[in-house]
Design a protein around this ligand. Structure first.
Ligand SMILES: C[S@@+](CC[C@H](N)C(=O)[O-])C[C@H]1O[C@@H](n2cnc3c(N)ncnc32)[C@H](O)[C@@H]1O
Length: 128
């Protein structure tokens, strides 16, 4: 999950533990806060996500995953929800380029463009 924020999928879904490994990519400061909140909750999570610190402005997504337990030989689904308004267009584009390094042959991505006169919220990116 790119820009995972405080997503709780891995924490909640005990039924998926033996089938799904969740990796959350986010800014290191946000990940630190998330770890603190999980600890403070005092609950026993179904599993912990893999914490992959990545700043989309300066870090390479593929390098971040390579330094984690992520196995690029296994099937993976990437999601990047509710995050595009925050990084710069260059940060989004470089992250999509990096994602394509990991993707199967034939997968492509359309770089986000900001239509003339539109706000950053109207940017869209598409991977297929
Ligand atoms: C609105 S939250 C979305 C969280 C989650 N995807 C969801 O849909 O609930 C946006 C997330 O993007 C992350 N983010 C924004 N800019 C980032 C950057 N440059 N590098 C890494 N993460 C970034 C924030 O830390 C935050 O967790």
């Amino acid at each position: 999950m790119l820009g995972a924020g405080f997503d709780t999928l891995a924490l909640r879904r005990a039924d998926l533990v033996d089938r799904l490994r969740v990796f959350g990519l986010d800014h290191p400061d946000v990940q630190q806060l998330k770890r603190e909140r999980i600890d403070a909750a005092g609950a026993t999570p179904a599993s912990l996500p893999g914490f992959v610190p990545v700043d989309f402005e300066v870090s390479n997504l593929a390098d971040g995953l390579a330094a984690s337990a992520f196995d690029p030989r296994r099937r993976a689904l990437f999601s990047w929800l509710n995050t595009l308004p925050y990084p710069t267009p260059d940060g989004v584009a470089s992250t999509l380029d990096s994602l394509l390094e990991l993707a199967a042959p034939g997968v492509g991505a359309r770089r986000p463009r900001r239509p003339r006169g539109k706000s950053r919220q109207s940017m869209s990116a598409r991977v297929w």
